[in-house]
Design a protein around this ligand. Sequence first.
Ligand SMILES: [Zn+2]
Length: 416
Amino acid sequence: MSLSNPWFVIALVGVLGVFHLEFFATLLNLARLGRPVPPDLAEVFPEETREKLGEYIRDSKKVEFTQEVTLLGVLVVFWWSGGFGWLQNWAQSQGHGPVVTGVVVIGLVLLAQTWLSLPFQAWDTFGVEARHGFNKTTIGTFINDHFKGLALMALLGIPVAAALVWFFETQAWAALYAWLFLAGFTLLMTWLSPRVIMPVFLKFRPMEEGELKDAIFALARKLDFPVAEVSVVDGSRRSTKANAFFAGFGKTRRIALYDTLLESHGKEEIVAILAHEIGHNKCRHVPVMMTLNLLEMALMLGLLGWVLKSPGFFAAFGVQGTPVGMGLVLFGMIYKPLGVLTGLLGLAMSRKHEFEADAYAREAVGSHQPLTNGLKKLSHDHLAHPSPHPLTVWLHYSHPPLAERLAALQGNPRAV
Ligand SMILES: [Zn+2]
């Protein structure tokens, strides 16, 4: 662990660089809260909403920033006091093979990270979200969710971690096998998530018969989009924030709407929001994003395979030898800056897709008005930043800022 080791410098610059970039972006973004709201949004963000909104965003950022600083501090102290070497030696001294040892190391680091973040999550949910009237989660649900999450992480994470460690410990073409394995796993999760995983946290019930359900099926027929079932999800048990999503492929597709969306939006708005979701499907956005993710995964695993063979990389963290499990944990730190770059690309693509889905929805329902109204309500209810700084948009926004979406919907994207 010294500055003469290039891996040490890369990791240090990566971790601190990304932290400072994020901090700078947040400051710029907060400074823009004082700006006048774009004229189009004046009705969405009247004076009193804007004050509430400024407080909400500042409060959330305070939690986020304190969490980041704490985690960074713990990481640096652990790293520089030889914690990684100590952890690796302890795990090895338990006398298991490299795969079990690797999984134990990965599991302990993830567990430590999760528990260190937990107080901040609680502060955010019961402090910030509650103070601003969003939170519906009880302490019981919060604790329950946490343990369900941990159980799920163990159930899915242990086999995946074991497979990855095994590939890189024993196979010459490990990066390729790991890539194929993770691609298969991602597909499996896409299928499993709405069927098995989401029902662990949320309750789905079939939507009752009525005008809205008829309108949804009429839209699906008109757009030639087979839907097997429309469900309502009890999002209101946790938050007042609304949402809608799709699940499944082909003829078994299920539409799920948060009960909070049904409460806050009219029939036409909900239909327009669904038309937007169908637009994502019709424009083939899912396979495009999946291909991008697979390409990034290939880049990451190729790099990982190379790094795992470099003793200097491990030495930068005070670890002797080239233990794969520990390597997987440490790789995250040098991958950070590259991850920001690939993230920029993915988010830019996602924002482009949002414009396309909006345009599709406008054609599908024959007017921009219902989607415009729906988006305004969502944005108002979520207390979104009215004019976020471009740097924050590039780094974090999977959806374009509301003002840009509304301008594009009304056919004059240049107005922003
Ligand atoms: Zn969308």
